[in-house]
Design a protein around this ligand. Structure first.
Ligand code: CTP
Length: 406
């Protein structure tokens, strides 16, 4: 998507992710944007104004009370001479200041003086992101109309720390900004999509359940990407720890049967994308009481019965969506198994991925997929799940358009 002739004001905050902003500047300019940069004092501890200025091909602004800057541009003009503001990395401190309208430095003053769309890309330690104070500030900012991208889950700069707090990748930020600015292309406007995501939990008794390693990241990202293309999206999510995506109606379920019911309720739809790792089996008897070790004679036998196959049901439904997409997580014979699934489940596309443990993909942040259709197989390079989702959403929009043309 293009940012042609857009004027972007990038406010770089004081976090280690500031180094990624150098790449962000390039990505924005690549798309045709003019980038002007403000750096907080903290940001200058991590990267230099010289580096940011060289990439932006412009002077970098740092001081609220610089006579030179005020004479040159002034914070009010900085606030207004732009089409959008990006705050990256948005530290907990910067967001707290924004939420409270503090204007003690150039970044704060410009944000307070501006009426332009603001996109915030937070980055901080997971404990800081999870803290009630940060949660409050995020809610306040969202109510004020500020848009967010990320943070993502993953490794932190601190050794041996992982969790939600990584800044989104520059490409994803540039993409989100494009869609905010020109509304992006909306090839799916007026279309309905239903997406399943995450694992299902199948109870054994009130405290135990059968589950799998799905994180829901790929399915949630697809729901968000379809919404970005204008679709009216219902996301049916099994139990996950990631947040509901923006701009999507999310229904939370636990079991395969509840997921099936929620999918039925979301039909009719134009597109169905079944990403959930639905448990194939549940226990025949769902004990209402906790199974006690003492009372049983040896380990209890769990008798399993088959769960409804949601994808198959949708693929053969009387209200079958025009485009039905399934996923196939395989550990061997990836393509052959996916091709068999295409026919068996009545899908138009199977997105196959290799989940051999050594590839470490299931539950991970990246994905390498193969697109299997009646026309053949396309192998896509490995990329972040957001990027895969954006590309898939575009593919689905194209396929739906050609299906409708007949
Ligand atoms: N799926 C579903 N309902 C089920 C099982 C699977 O909707 N009860 C969907 C998944 O969301 C996915 C696709 O079917 O889109 C493939 O799931 P997978 O578990 O790989 O297929 P299975 O039919 O279970 O085949 P197998 O176990 O032989 O790989």
């Amino acid at each position: 998507m293009s940012l042609n002739a857009k004027r972007i004001l990038l406010i770089i905050g004081g976090g280690i992710a500031a180094y990624k902003c150098l790449d962000l500047i390039r990505r924005l300019r690549e798309r045709g944007a003019a980038v002007r940069v403000i750096m907080t004092a903290g940001a200058q501890e991590f990267i230099t104004p010289l580096a940011a200025g060289a990439l932006a091909a412009d002077k970098v602004f740092t001081d609220l009370f610089s006579r030179e800057d005020e004479h040159d541009v002034g914070h009010i003009r900085l606030a207004r001479d732009c089409d959008a503001i990006v705050v990256a990395p948005a530290t907990a401190d910067l967001m707290a200041k924004m939420a409270n309208g503090l204007a003690g430095d150039l970044a704060g003053a410009v944000l307070l003086a501006s009426d332009r769309p603001v996109l915030v890309a937070p980055a901080m330690n997971p404990a800081m992101w999870a803290h009630p104070a940060t949660r409050r500030n995020v809610e306040t900012l969202k109510r004020d109309g500020v848009r967010f991208i990320g943070p993502e889950a993953g490794e932190m700069a601190e050794r041996n720390e992982a969790g939600v707090g990584r800044m989104s990748e520059p490409l994803a930020i540039a993409e989100a900004l494009s869609s905010i600015l020109d509304g992006g292309e909306k090839p799916l406007s007026g279309k309905r999509a239903v997406v399943t995501s995450g694992p299902t939990h199948e109870p054994i008794d009130p405290v135990r359940y059968i589950a799998n390693r799905s994180s829901g990241r790929q399915g949630h990202a697809i729901a968000a990407a379809l919404a970005q293309l204008g679709a009216d999206v219902t996301l049916i999510s099994g139990p996950v720890t990631i947040p509901d995506p923006d701009g999507v109606a999310t229904v939370h379920v636990e079991t395969a049967r509840a997921m099936m019911e929620a999918v039925e309720a979301a039909l009719p739809a134009d597109i169905a994308v079944m990403v959930a790792a639905v448990a194939d089996w549940r226990t025949e008897a769902d004990s209402r009481q906790k199974i006690k070790k003492q009372a049983s004679e040896g380990p209890p036998a769990l008798t399993l019965v088959e769960n409804p196959d949601i994808l198959k049901a949708v693929g053969h439904h009387r209200q079958r969506p025009a485009l039905v997409v399934g996923f196939a997580a395989e550990t061997e014979n990836v393509i052959a198994n996916a091709e068999a699934k295409l026919a068996r489940k009545g899908a138009d596309i199977i997105v196959a991925n290799d989940v051999q443990p050594e590839k470490g993909v299931m539950g991970g942040l990246r994905n390498a997929v193969h697109i299997v259709t009646a026309d053949g197989v396309e192998d896509w390079p490995e990329s972040g799940k957001e990027e895969v989702a954006a590309q898939l959403a575009r593919l689905f929009a194209d396929r739906l358009a050609s299906a409708e043309k007949g």
